[in-house]
Unconditional design. Sequence first.
Length: 202
Amino acid sequence: MKNISYLFLLFFLKPAFGLTQICKDLPQFVNGRTLIYETYDAKGKPSLEQTQTVTAVFGSNENQLSATVMSSLKNEKGKEISSAEFKILCSDEGFSMDMQMMIPGETQNAYKGMDAKVVSGNLLFPAQMSVGQSLPGGKVEVEYFNSGSRMAKVLVELTDRKVESIEEVTVPTGSYRAYKISARSRVMTETMIMPLRIEFTT
């Protein structure tokens, strides 16, 4: 297993306010809102584009909301390689997202159209984070079935999550402060033909 790093934009948090005080103002909890996330390779060229559309928002308390999001992942040529639906939550505890979104796009594409049995947890970003802080991990297990027969089982797990630093990130919409979070990623796949265990960095 190797370390991975990713950035979490701080527009979720405002210096003088707790996260739960702005749940209703987050773009992820506006019904019909579409968000686009772009991934670039080491040379600065676009490699992936993920489009997330909020399809439903639940909760009467503005400080405790959940939402259903439809996600579409496209490669550098604009071809869709996977799509999935997942849930996100905002509460006193912080902001969290369904671990289903961590299933690799190539895995989703390989078993597209099959029945799936999912056991998934949430990946939590606490309302208050500081550099050096350890964060809870997350895990999702998916079994894929074809005509009642199990074709594959996939496990995705993130462990050893830690807030490494706070950085400035510039994107087309402006500049934002962001947390840099490191983690260990493990992906294991068992197929009908043979057990196959793979550990790699995404």
